[in-house]
Each structure stands twice: as C-alpha cells, then as structure tokens.
Ligand binder design. Structure first.
Ligand SMILES: [Zn+2]
Length: 141
C-alpha cells in the first residue's frame, strides 16, 4: 500500500481524491490541510437504552407510588374533615330540634350526620388502603 505523505488533494482520512485547492474533503468533510489528526468520536452522554431503562424504573415504581400516597393522604384528610362536618351538623340539628319541640308549627329535621359519618369512614378506609399500597409501591415491593 501507499505510504508517506499523501498526494495533494488526497484525503488523509478516507483517501478520496479532491481538487488540490480544496481545504475540506468532498467525501467525508475532514480538513485536507495539515497532518492527519485523530478526530475523537463525540461521546453520547447517556446510552439511549440505559436512559430508557432508568426512566422506565422511575415510572414503574416511584411515580405511581407517590401518586397513590398523595391521593391516600388527601382522602384521609377529606375523611377527617367529613367527620368534623358530621359532628357540626349533628350538633346543629340537635339544637334546632330542641328549639323545634317548643314550637308546635315547626317540623323536626332529620339528622344526616349518620350518613356523613358513614361516608367519612368509607373515605378514610380508602385513604388508608391507598396510602399503604402507595408506600409499598414506592419502596419497590
Ligand atoms: Zn475524506
């Protein structure tokens, strides 16, 4: 094979013939002036496959786990608020009906606090379940 300095216009990288006045190879684009230089390949920061694997792991564990945890805690808070609302409604209805019993034209109100308390219990149980599931998913169980 040919050794020594490359012929004028001959690309030192790919060996392609170029016009003598060219400063860049018309085949591979490398500079034709000066000695052959090593052009390091541009390193890609993160291999795409590895990046996708990391992203998938986050999606499968942390994302839904945190979401379940947040929803569960929110439901627990809503359940506690419903308990408080039920207690306030119960007191209000009781005092209204006490006054009402003194008044013959007044009809006593039914007390909805039992239904509200039932809803509060349901929401609380759902919230606790979601929180437990969220914690176990978050820990990668
Ligand atoms: Zn070339």
């Amino acid at each position: 094979m040919q050794s020594g300095p490359a012929a004028p216009g001959m690309c030192a990288r790919c060996g392609g013939p170029n016009p003598p006045q060219s400063s860049f190879c018309q085949f591979c684009g490398s500079p034709l002036t000066g000695p052959l230089r090593f052009v390091p390949p541009i390193p890609s920061p993160v291999p795409p496959d590895q990046f996708r694997l990391v992203a998938t792991n986050r999606d499968e564990h942390e994302g839904p786990g945190v979401a379940l945890l947040v929803v569960g805690i929110l439901l627990i808070v809503v359940g506690l608020i419903l308990f408080a609302v039920a207690a306030v409604v119960h007191q209000g209805i009781q005092s209204f009906n006490n006054d009402c019993s003194q008044n013959p034209t007044c009809t006593p109100q039914s007390d909805p606090s039992g239904a509200i308390t039932g809803a509060a219990v349901g929401v609380l149980i759902l919230g606790v379940i979601l929180t437990i599931v969220g914690v176990s998913v978050f820990r990668g169980a």
